[in-house]
Design a protein around this ligand. Structure first.
Ligand SMILES: Cc1cc2nc3c(=O)[nH]c(=O)nc-3n(C[C@H](O)[C@H](O)[C@H](O)COP(=O)(O)O)c2cc1C
Length: 174
């Protein structure tokens, strides 16, 4: 994997494609007391060859942790391919300015919805490693994996819909 002068890696075409497809990452940070903190971020996007970002809309824990320990790991997995990447690096928080404006513009342009954004979390990726499901021991290749999971998803979603019929659907009171 290519390294540039600053020690960050170059995001490959496959990494970019997985991030775009997954549209969700899990962000791991460390609390000031040294405890783990993990939470999902659906606004993960590619910034440039060396950086990814997400919007801090409702992430007070992650924000507070990064202010003390700026190191972060993001896990991104494509649901059908059952593979993805872990990205590790140094993050910076941007509550205003050019990086903030551009990042918000990218996400709002895609989502067609506005959110109150506290800050943009920009990760310089120093290290990346693939995440591969052990399920690959039992399937021929990624196409077979995707075909299998497409089918399994139908069954899993039917089961979850049945659960919602009993429980009632979730709604946010505004
Ligand atoms: C699917 C999904 C996507 C989410 N995407 C984001 C996001 O992009 N940015 C954000 O700030 N919160 C997002 N959230 C909400 C946070 O993960 C949630 O508020 C969490 O409790 C924040 O924890 P933290 O403060 O420890 O980061 C998302 C939640 C879910 C379930």
């Amino acid at each position: 994997m290519a390294n540039d002068a600053r020690g960050s890696i170059v995001l490959t075409a496959d990494m970019r494609a997985v991030i775009r497809s997954a549209h969700l990452c899990f962000a791991a940070t460390v609390t000031p007391e040294g405890l783990p903190n993990l939470s999902p971020k659906g606004t993960i996007r590619i910034w440039d060859d060396h950086h990814v970002f997400f919007l801090d809309i409702a992430s007070p824990g992650t924000r507070a942790n990064l202010a003390v320990h700026p190191w972060m790991e993001l896990n991104v997995v494509d649901q059908l391919s059952r593979r993805g990447y872990r990205f590790f690096g140094h993050s910076t928080l941007h509550a205003s300015g050019e990086i903030f404006e551009r990042a918000v513009r990218i996400v709002v342009g895609e989502e067609k919805a506005r959110y109150p954004v506290e800050s943009v979390v920009l990760l310089e990726v120093h290290r990346a490693a693939p995440l591969i499901s052990p399920g690959y021991w039992h399937v021929a290749d990624e196409s077979a994996m995707r075909a299998q999971w497409r089918e399994r998803r139908v069954a899993l979603e039917r089961e979850f819909e049945d659960h919602l019929k009993l429980q009632g659907v979730f709604r946010v009171d505004r």
